[in-house]
Design a protein around this ligand. Structure first.
Ligand code: ANZ
Ligand code: ZN
Ligand code: ZN
Length: 823
């Protein structure tokens, strides 16, 4: 008896092959059923392969797509490869291979691992961004942006990483270092580059955040990243400007205008040299040199002493006509707003620190309560709003109304302009690297910049053996004369191609539109398909993409919408992020630490179903968890119990009399599972199923109807697809368990036992709730909070304490009341 048929190794591989051969997960063509489009961030296939950590993204999404299929949805659940870009190229360089080779190999390996754990992707729709069939349309997207005035070329001082040997977008600079090379401080380099005008969509991107069902943290990061500020621009006329007439500042606190005692410009300011007087030159040069060595964090933070020096120039205050000194200071950002700050040390922390460091005058113009005189000696800046003093005609007003009044006066009298500024910059899209779609632009001496005509796409990335960047600021494509030299599409004269390539984030900014028609030759996507499948119903991926990918893809979608190419403004109305899976020792898994656990080793030992169940049993998706072999062992025991129970049932003589036992337990289980799975709470859905099975297991097997066994298998199928398929066939079926219908629960089964719960707010009776006796505390609270009378009684407050006497009484206590009770 060494032939254990319940060993997963004996049946899992069989089903992998059969499902693939039968194309079980092929996306249906029909339009009668409701659609479900589920998507996970497509990975960049790296040589390390998948770790079990990646499964925390893919397995719950897979189980959910399977569940949706059983619920009668037409499911589109595709997978592809984000294969262009720096990480893929760097890895190929490291391995001494060509990226063309490595990405294809790595992608095949990822696919094998995803199939291994039972993922149900429709592989007919697999896409890879480095294939000409795909990047034709990435180049087309760039041309679309160009035609709409959203792509432009400009020279600027850019962040350069010495290790990546390329320009980085602002988003790719973290703490003054490269996002991929934390040990490599970025440097400034002057280059002519292509930009995408994402700032034109700043307000739309901000406003539509309200439409999104996304994790609050990610929305907040986007909001901060966009960084909208309303304020006033004020030019301060120069006393002796040597050709320059004024320095314009931006302030969000016009109410502090009378408190300005100096003006500060950053070391990078283009007009700085013009303003420095001979006596100050040496000191200013020293500050500029020292500042450029500091990281952005050091410069902007309040922890380090600001560096500064007087320039020797003065401006005039537009209202008081007073002369104010112009300083250079490294806490001012050259790229934010106007790049010049009015120093109000009495009311701004950084200005205060600067004034303290360089003994500059401090003038208080805001007081906390009306009509109090300013302090004789201010000990710290008063940064909160208050009432104006020493502010001419505006004295006595409260900060908010003074801001409005001063802005209006500035506008009327012409000495200032109310404006909105954004922290976000335009998206720097050119890379001086080989591994990306060539930017489809041509330079002609006679015609200037000429876009490649659409019918000439793709501009094929030539195969080059020398693709490693030299670090001279030029793309390796510049060394390929066959690529560079071309004819001008307009005048047919000799011309040169753009040799920079597109940032990898453009590839991922439209890929979700490709899956509905991955093999389309004439268009990037077909509206008939896009209108049907999009937007994506559920998008799941790591929170590390909060600002880059997730902002760019929203921007591109809005451009497509404005161009009439899609009917929706947001690609992903619902987003979830999964937490990490840590090694049992609590550390992150990484190849350098040598602690990566692979799906291969785990599946070989426990089987794919037990691996899946363990991941699904962990808890809320967004949290981090440790890997644990005890946990998987527990899941393996559960699967074995199911197996043995079904075998016992099969061994019974056919019994047509058995009726469905415990209808209430059954309905309760199904109802609970639906509720939980819709929230991706597979851990509690699984618990409900285990509870039902424990109940059934205690019954004499002769009392169990075939229907009950089959229901149980279907309910388990999304989570444990292999075992359920095997048992389903053992029950005599020839079709797949994954093509069945999710069993229905019965209202009547649950209704039988109801109870009436008294709902109190702060101990006073405010309403009644009739519910099933089985309702959990969460459900009771949820429903109580929806009662109009309770909403009224709470008056917008959140209960801070909840007292629940099961089936009888619920008391919601708010903070204020709790405090009153304590008094
Ligand atoms: C005077 C003032 C007085 C300010 C006060 C604040 C408080 P947010 O809200 O982030 O937009 N600022 C303007 N441009 C800057 C630059 N290029 N680099 C560094 N700081 C700059 O910040 C706007 C405020 O940041 C502006 O308002 C300005 O300081 C400063 F009691 O002006 B304020
Ligand atoms: Zn780098
Ligand atoms: Zn020409």
């Amino acid at each position: 008896m060494n032939d254990r048929t319940d060993e997963p190794a004996n049946f899992e591989q069989k089903w992998r092959e059969r499902w693939a051969a039968e194309q079980l997960y092929r996306t249906p063509e029909g339009r009668e059923q409701p659609k479900y489009y589920g998507l996970e961030f497509f990975p960049y296939p790296s040589g390390e392969g998948l770790s079990v950590g990646h499964l925390h993204n893919y397995v719950p999404c897979d189980a959910f797509a399977r569940y949706k299929r059983l619920r009668g949805y037409n499911v589109l659940h595709p997978m592809g490869w984000d294969a262009f870009g720096l990480p893929a190229e760097n890895e190929a360089i490291l391995k001494g291979r060509h990226p063309h080779e490595t990405v294809v190999r790595y992608a095949a390996e990822y696919k094998r691992q995803l199939v291994l754990v039972g993922c149900d992707y429709d592989w007919q729709r697999e896409i890879i961004t480095c294939a000409p069939e795909y990047y034709t349309w990435t180049q087309w997207v760039f041309l679309l942006l160009y035609k709409r005035g959203l792509a432009y070329r400009a020279t600027g001082s850019q962040w350069w990483c010495e290790k990546c040997k390329t320009i980085l977008a602002n988003e790719q600079v973290e703490n003054g270092a490269c996002w991929r090379h934390a040990d490599t401080p970025v440097a400034r380099k002057e280059l002519e580059q292509w930009y995408l005008r994402i700032t034109a969509y700043a307000d739309d991107l901000l406003r539509d955040l309200d439409l999104l069902d996304w994790p609050a943290g990610i929305k907040l990061m986007q909001r901060n990243w966009i960084g909208r500020s309303e304020g006033l621009r004020v030019p301060f006329p120069l006393v002796d400007g040597d050709g320059l007439d004024a320095l314009e500042v931006f302030t969000t606190r016009p109410d502090t205008l009378y408190g300005v005692t100096f003006i500060v410009m950053p070391p990078e300011h283009p007009q700085l040299a013009q303003l420095v007087r001979a006596e100050q030159q040496a000191a200013v040069d020293e500050v500029v040199r020292a500042a450029l060595r500091r990281s952005a964090i050091e410069r902007m933070g309040t922890l380090t002493q600001p560096l500064g020096s007087f320039t020797g120039s003065y401006v005039r205050h537009p209202l008081t006509d007073e002369q104010l000194p112009v300083w250079v200071g490294d806490y001012v950002l050259a790229t934010y707003a106007t790049g010049v700050v009015m120093g109000v040390p009495a009311h701004d922390q950084r200005d205060w620190d600067f004034a303290q460091a360089y003994a500059l005058p401090i003038r208080q113009v805001i007081v906390a309560t009306p009509a109090t005189p300013p302090a004789t000696l201010l000990r710290e800046p008063l940064t909160v709003p208050g009432y104006l003093v020493g502010s001419g005609p505006f004295s006595g007003q409260e900060s908010a109304s003074a801001c409005a009044a001063i802005s209006a006066a500035a506008n009327e009298q012409g000495w200032g302009t109310p404006t909105t500024t954004y922290r976000m910059r335009d998206w720097l899209i050119s890379r001086q690297r080989y591994w990306g779609p060539p930017i489809p632009m041509i330079y002609c001496d006679d015609c200037g910049i000429v876009p490649v005509p659409e019918q000439d796409l793709p501009v094929v990335l030539p195969r080059m053996t020398e693709y490693v960047p030299a670090g001279d600021g030029r793309s390796p494509l510049a060394n390929n004369p066959d690529f560079v030299n071309t004819l001008c599409p307009r005048c047919a004269g000799p011309a040169r191609r753009e040799t920079d390539t597109l940032d990898g984030f453009l590839d991922s900014s439209w890929y979700f539109l490709r899956y509905p028609n991955p093999h389309e030759h004439e268009y990037p996507w077909l509206s008939e398909q896009a209108d049907h499948w999009l937007p994506v119903d559920l998008y799941v991926g790591g929170a590390e993409h909060a600002v880059m990918h997730l902002l760019y893809v929203r921007f591109c979608t809005k451009v497509f919408y404005d161009a009439g190419l899609v009917k929706f403004r947001e690609p992903f109305p619902k987003l979830r992020s999964q937490g990490s899976i840590l090694h049992p020792d609590g550390k992150r898994m990484s190849k350098s630490r040598g602690n990566v656990i692979t799906p291969d080793e785990v599946v070989a030992q426990y089987g794919a179903d037990a691996t899946r169940l363990f991941i699904l049993s962990l808890g809320p998706l967004e949290l981090d968890y440790r890997w644990s072999s005890e946990g998987i062992n527990g899941m393996m025991r559960f699967l074995r119990r199911i197996w043995q129970w079904v075998q016992r049932w099969r061994a019974m003589p056919p019994n047509t009399l058995a009726t469905t036992p415990g209808p209430r337990e059954r309905s309760q289980c199904i109802q609970q599972m639906e509720h939980d799975i819709e929230r991706l709470d597979f851990h509690t859905a699984l618990a409900a199923l285990i509870t039902w099975h424990s109940y059934l297991q205690k019954l004499p097997i002769a009392q169990v109807a075939r229907q009950t066994v089959e229901d149980l298998l279907i309910l388990l199928a999304p989570m444990a697809p292999f075992l359920t398929e095997e048992l389903w066939h053992q029950l005599g079926h020839s079709d797949s368990v994954h093509c069945q219908r999710w069993p229905a629960w019965n209202e009547a089964d649950l209704r039988s036992e109801r109870c009436v719960i008294v709902v109190q707010v702060n101990g006073r009776r405010r309403g009644l709730l009739e519910l099933s006796t089985l309702a959990t505390q969460d459900t009771v609270v949820e429903q109580a909070l929806a009662l109009p009378k309770i909403v009224a009684a709470l008056a917008g407050k959140q209960p801070t304490r909840i007292v629940y006497v099961a089936g009888r009484l619920l008391n919601l206590v708010t903070d204020a009341a709790a405090e009153a009770l304590n008094d």
